[in-house]
Design a binder for this molecule. Structure first.
Ligand SMILES: O=C(O)CCC(=O)C(=O)O
Ligand SMILES: [Fe+2]
Length: 261
């Protein structure tokens, strides 16, 4: 995806300027009422839907992404609505998103781990505490609707080969190249190089100081007063993506029935 392909004309007014392309930030993408309803639906999901990881817990919807293809699972209606809304913006090359990861972060939690090259939503386990990229199983766009609390997403340049050399060695925490304030009810879109090239993470902290961490999208954020101290609450993120490689279940079923003959 070159930069021209990555531009979404209807979102251009929401482009975060002066950062590597392409990042869109839409404050108040959903209403407070929609937020309340979504939060209720997330917490009404059956208990076994949650997977506890270190530093967050998550619900995986739509199937498990896999290099050989994802066996698709129908999304619940309440998620399908937002998947349709986001897809209709044209974020996935005219196709539909088909996968949603719901993350819950309590205050002081975050997502920093480095995951294996396979992308981190399969079976791979965190190896250490470096930021990550979302990997090649997805169409190179991630769209995130946030509920309940803000967070700060830190964006990092990729590790150079000298850092890649020996991951077992103790390494200093890299500094973010830039950071983004992600407010509740907002839509954040990372696309193009911002998806394929940069790494991202959320520092596990209880309070964000915009003096210590200036944010690149401050001009677009109602809550980004210059010296703001923002205590983190519990944040739910819906990360909506497209897994292009899907296996047709009908095909799987017919193969299975053949092999049992
Ligand atoms: O919660 C977020 O906004 C980021 C989540 C994330 O990086 C991921 O699920 O890959
Ligand atoms: Fe991610």
């Amino acid at each position: 995806m070159d930069e021209l392909d990555a531009v979404i004309p209807s979102l251009e007014p929401f482009r975060v300027e002066q950062v590597p392309p392409i990042i869109y930030y839409v404050p108040d993408f959903i209403s407070e009422q929609e937020e309340t309803q979504l939060l209720r639906q997330v917490y009404e999901a059956p208990k076994p839907k949650w997977t506890q990881l270190s530093g967050r817990k998550l619900q995986n919807w739509g199937g498990l992404p896999h290099p050989k293809g994802m066996v698709p699972e129908q999304l619940p209606r309440w998620l399908q609505h937002w998947v349709d809304t986001v897809s209709s913006l044209g974020l996935f090359g005219g196709a539909q998103a088909n996968h949603v990861l719901v993350n819950e972060y309590r205050p002081g939690e975050g997502i920093m781990p480095l995951y294996s090259q396979r992308g981190h939503h399969g079976k791979s386990e965190p190896l250490n505490t470096q930021p990550h990229e979302d990997g090649p199983l997805y169409y190179p766009t991630v769209s995130t609707i946030s509920l309940g609390s803000h967070t700060i997403l830190d964006m990092y340049l990729p590790r150079g080969p000298e850092l890649e050399k020996d991951l077992r060695e103790e390494q200093p925490q890299p500094l973010p190249k830039f950071s983004l304030l992600v407010e509740p009810r907002s839509l954040l879109v990372l696309r193009g190089e911002a998806y394929t090239h940069l790494l991202h993470g959320i520092r596990p902290t209880l309070i964000d100081s915009l003096t210590e961490t200036p944010v690149a999208n401050a001009a677009a954020c109602p809550s980004a007063q210059p010296d703001a101290l923002l205590p983190r609450g519990t944040r739910i993120s819906l990360t909506i993506r497209r897994v292009p490689r899907v296996l047709r279940t009908s095909l799987l079923l017919s193969k299975k029935s053949l092999s049992t003959k």
